[in-house]
Write a protein that binds this ligand. Structure first.
Ligand code: SAM
Length: 471
């Protein structure tokens, strides 16, 4: 295996120990690096300097990330959380973007031990949506107010290959009010990615699951997903095909999170170095029970307190990156994460194909937060944040390096603030029920009063029936 493919060359030496050592080994490695510097500065000063660098919206080096990962001091962790909060506010303001996943198929040729869709799950009730069915599900979601969906497929190139995906994307755009479709599929060839990009897919998302090679092999015993390197190179191929918005992550619970989080950061650094931009989003999927899974317990359980640390580390390490927290997590916990660093959240999700119309086929995993879109929007507003259904960056082609540039200049915050409010206004006009309308209107008024860009005229346009108003 070519280690430099995920690690920048200067980190290669570290990577060798990282990829093959035990969790104790990596902890030792991280601490060794941390203690080396503490002879020069006090540890506290070192961490404070790192936090100041993040707050200045600079990307942290892998060494600096190691220091945060290795942090033990509870008081300093509180400073880390506070800094994560401030960075989020600085880059993204108070908005939280909402979306729903749309599962297209649970027929899969892989046998990932942790997944309900795995080939060996003989009791699974299998289904792949027809084009018409996918449009029906998307219409139902659009009817609730969603504007962005994440298409999720199992791995089955004959049933849900690129021909199928092209037709689905085209059909949904032409027949529903959905404005952007992101996509989570198995790794593909560059030619196939090119077709997906041309058909109008937004973010391409794929998780490495774990970077720890022996664990990867154990978890993915057969099928195309057993090929670690093919998966490792997926973002290079997607970028080569023109995807400048990519979503990355590790499945938390498969291996020691410190190890995997560091390796993911190393992967991001390599992409940034090579292409000038890294991931548009980082997701934090945490292992959930799944019907028919062969892994009933996470091998390396990630506690809520560690989960919070991971969100903060991502926020600090790559300040401009969007952090996606899905309905895998419980409602109480998600409410805390809305305030802490999450910038995109799913809502009202089902993880089985046809699940929105009829909840009967095998789901990928159990849902923790079962609240509807409306309930979550109300909660976000109640927390003093702004629920957003905005898709303006995609309408205006603000992606990849362009997005990063704007985010670093904090311009995204201004665009997004206004666009989030405009999308909220549309939601209030078209979809909000009496139960939540009052709360959402109150929140919209509070925030639009602060706006200096003549937002009231745009809000009036929406009231008069104009749609997709954005800057
Ligand atoms: N076929 C695509 C691929 O190869 O990546 C999609 C896989 S799956 C539909 C999407 C993601 O769900 C996976 O990448 C994995 O991280 C996550 N996932 C799978 N089983 C899970 C479980 N039991 N709990 C939480 N997340 C899970």
């Amino acid at each position: 295996m070519n280690l430099t493919r995920i690690m920048p060359a200067e980190e290669k030496e570290a990577a060798v120990s990282l990829l093959y050592e035990s969790p104790t080994g990596i902890r030792f490695f991280i601490l060794m690096r941390a203690s080396k510097d503490s002879s020069v500065k006090t540890y506290r000063t070192l961490i404070k300097d790192i936090l100041a660098k993040s707050l200045d919206l600079q990307i942290l080096s892998l060494k600096e990330i190691s220091h945060i990962i290795a942090l033990k001091d509870k008081e300093l962790w509180e400073d880390v959380f506070e800094t994560a909060r401030k960075i989020k506010e600085k880059v993204y303001g108070r908005r939280i973007v909402l979306f729903a996943p749309l599962y297209l198929s649970n027929e899969c040729v892989n046998d990932c031990l942790y997944c309900g869709f795995r080939k060996g799950n003989k009791n699974a009730r299998r289904k792949s949506l027809s084009i018409g069915e996918a449009i029906q599900e998307a219409s139902l979601l659009a009817g609730k107010g969603y504007k962005r969906l994440l298409l999720v497929t199992s791995d089955h190139s004959k049933l849900v290959g690129v021909d199928y995906l092209e037709k689905i994307i085209d059909g949904i755009y032409k027949n529903t009010d959905i404005r952007i479709l992101h996509i989570n599929t198995a790794p593909m060839r560059v030619e196939d990615f090119k077709r997906l990009k041309t058909s109008g897919a937004g973010v391409y998302q794929c998780f490495q699951e774990t970077y720890h090679f022996p664990t990867y092999k154990l978890m993915h015993p057969s099928g195309p997903k057993a090929d670690y390197e093919w998966r490792l190179g997926v973002m290079d191929r997607a970028i080569e095909a023109g995807f400048d918005d990519i979503g990355m992550g590790v499945l938390l619970g498969l291996y020691d999170w410190r190890w995997d989080v560091w390796a993911l950061m190393a992967h991001c650094h390599r992409l940034i170095k090579k292409y000038g931009f890294g991931p548009h989003t980082l997701s934090v999927p945490r292992l959930q029970p799944a019907e028919g899974s062969k892994l009933n317990e996470a091998r390396y359980k990630v506690s809520d307190s560690d989960f919070k640390k991971i969100v903060a580390i991502y926020r600090l390490a790559l300040p401009y990156v969007g952090i996606v927290v899905t309905t895998r997590e419980s409602s109480e916990f998600r409410d805390k994460l809305f305030l802490m660093g999450a910038s995109q959240v799913s809502a009202g999700s089902k993880t089985s194909p046809w699940g929105y119309i009829e909840d009967s086929d095998t789901a990928q995993f159990e849902i923790g937060d079962k609240r509807s879109l409306e309930e979550i929007m109300e909660k976000i507003a109640e927390l003093g944040l702004i629920p957003s259904l905005c898709t303006a960056c995609y309408r205006e082609n603000r992606s990849g390096e362009k997005f990063k540039h704007l985010a670093q200049k904090q311009a995204i915050k201004n665009f997004c603030q206004e666009n989030a409010l405009l999308s909220l206004k549309e939601y209030i006009e078209d979809y909000a029920s009496r139960d939540v309308k009052e709360q959402l209107i109150k929140r919209l008024k509070e925030e639009s009063a602060k706006s200096r860009n003549g937002i009231s005229e745009k809000l009036d346009l929406i009231e008069k029936g104009k749609r997709d108003v954005h800057v």
